[in-house]
Design a protein. Structure first.
Length: 338
């Protein structure tokens, strides 16, 4: 089977998420507390599948079988000492055994190499003061922690003088399209989350906008009392959108070796870009260069999925563009516009 690939440049590198560890909030540092271990296992499976904890729990999808893959556990105190659940219960699993168990239970797999989310948050206090949310605050802590536990890599915007001249907190609050374009085009971040948090004095509310390059902005509002629970809900929503179309179903998993042709390798930098991409591609287990001549490189690729799934993923990553001109035995890719 031939895969004809033509490489393009890519500016935002995906990150490896630690899918071998999951954590849940608990009331005490007691592993035997009712529901504590189960909650941590559900968080672990959620991070690996992209399915929300509530969905997994409501459908009874995380059995006690999953406790067999846990290597160790530990407790960590949260930053919010006033919380009714002030501790994180972490479980660390054998990643290989966990993957096998997910497949056995026919649960989807969300590959651990994921594009980061750029987060820009502002907050308004009970006196009406609106400002960029600085690092080290409870809102920033809870949103950062929950995104991490949902398996969404995130980087939070650091306010600089240029930001204060070009964009005011109101731009984040109102989901200003110019600000979104700035993050996409100037900062070269394809996934951006804008969050406006308001302290009402009796609780909180937020307005969020999730903007992926080339897609409409997804907006959501919510009122809540507990800061942790509110941001857990927001992170569930973000997780569902980040994992959408990235999940691999059990029937897509397969050990396949295919031949690949990569055209238009014009210099050493292009060749290095190709090999670095293959190294970073989660679905490629091994690769072997067979030959290089006439600006064309021939390889063998060892995949962990069926070729159709591989083409779907590389197309979504906007490094390679799949052209559906071939058939099941000949998959063709071409340049994507610079």
């Amino acid at each position: 089977m031939w895969l004809v690939l033509l490489i393009v440049s890519w500016s935002v590198e995906a990150e490896d998420v630690n899918v071998a560890e999951g954590a849940a909030l608990v009331a005490t540092q007691d592993l035997r507390a009712p529901g504590a271990l189960q909650a941590a296992l559900e968080a672990l499976v959620s991070k690996n599948t992209g399915l929300s904890v509530d969905y997994l729990r409501n459908n009874g999808m995380v059995s006690q079988d999953f406790s067999s893959v846990v290597l160790r556990h530990y407790f960590e105190q949260s930053m919010d000492r006033a919380s009714t659940e002030p501790y994180w219960l972490h479980v660390v699993a054998d990643e290989s055994k966990l993957s096998d168990l997910l497949a056995l239970h026919e649960l989807p797999i969300w590959p651990k190499r994921r594009t980061p989310l750029y987060v820009w948050m502002v907050s308004e206090n009970a006196n009406g003061l609106l400002q960029h949310e600085p690092n080290g605050t409870l809102p920033q802590y809870w949103l950062s922690q929950w995104l991490s536990e949902k398996g969404v890599p995130a980087m939070f915007h650091q306010v600089a003088e240029d930001d204060l001249l070009d964009f005011a907190p109101d731009d984040v609050k109102n989901l200003n399209p110019d600000l979104i374009d700035y993050v996409h085009q100037v900062l070269q971040q394809p996934n951006v989350l804008l969050v406006y948090l308001r302290d009402t004095g009796r609780g909180y509310s937020y307005r969020m906008g999730l903007a992926k390059m080339g897609n409409d902005v997804v907006m959501k509002n919510r009122q809540f009392v507990d800061l942790s629970k509110g941001f857990a809900y927001l992170s569930d929503f973000v997780q569902s959108h980040q994992a959408a179309s990235q999940q691999i179903q059990a029937n897509e998993l397969a050990n396949r070796t295919v031949a690949a042709r990569i055209n238009n390798i014009n210099n050493a930098d292009n060749m290095l870009a190709v090999l670095n991409y293959l190294d970073a591609q989660t679905l490629v287990k091994e690769w072997q260069v067979l030959s290089f001549k006439n600006n064309r490189m021939e390889l063998n690729l060892s995949l962990s999925v069926i070729p159709e799934t591989f083409t779907r993923f590389v197309s979504q990553e906007q490094v390679l563009q799949h052209l559906p001109l071939g058939d099941i035995n000949r998959l063709i890719f071409s340049f994507q516009g610079q």
